[in-house]
Design a binder for this molecule. Structure first.
Ligand SMILES: [Zn+2]
Length: 149
């Protein structure tokens, strides 16, 4: 099968999040057959919910849609390095491949901080591909925070 990135959809969700006044992060879950199961952007402010991160919402929707607590074989695209909480959920959901954009030195939990997938307690470790369209993802975040200052 030819690899087709879905990061552009995640970036669309990040832009939509920024337009809602949310930190611009977007995520997409893709089935093993290549079907988009869910797409979401951050909604922590709107929902008054610190767990309403883009990848968390996308995983919840994809699980509800497939009627399973696991997304075995699915890919997750997210514009920013997942935080430790989302990384733990990505592991629990058995996501096969994680593609992310910008690194997050402040709150990331994959390549820095607690490095959830390198931890002995990580029961499932996805393949991780970082730096996918990272400039676009980082620019969105930069512009968002610059505009708030
Ligand atoms: Zn998170």
């Amino acid at each position: 099968m030819i690899f087709r990135s879905h990061m552009h959809l995640a970036l669309d969700e990040a832009r939509a999040a920024a337009a809602r006044g949310e930190v611009p992060v977007g995520a997409v879950v893709v089935s093993p057959a290549g079907e988009v199961l869910a797409r979401a952007g951050n909604r922590t402010r709107e929902l008054n919910d610190p767990t309403a991160h883009a990848e968390m919402l996308a995983i919840r929707t994809a699980c509800a849609r497939t009627g399973s607590e696991r997304l075995t074989g699915c890919d997750l695209y997210v514009t920013l390095e997942p935080c430790p909480a989302c990384a733990a959920v990505i592991s629990a959901a058995r996501i096969a491949r994680l593609y992310y954009g910008a690194a997050d030195p402040k709150s990331g939990g994959v390549a820095q901080g607690p490095r959830i997938f390198s931890h002995p307690q990580a029961h499932h470790v996805p393949e991780v591909y970082d730096g996918i369209a990272s400039d676009d993802a980082a620019d969105l975040l930069k512009d968002f925070f610059a505009a708030r200052r």
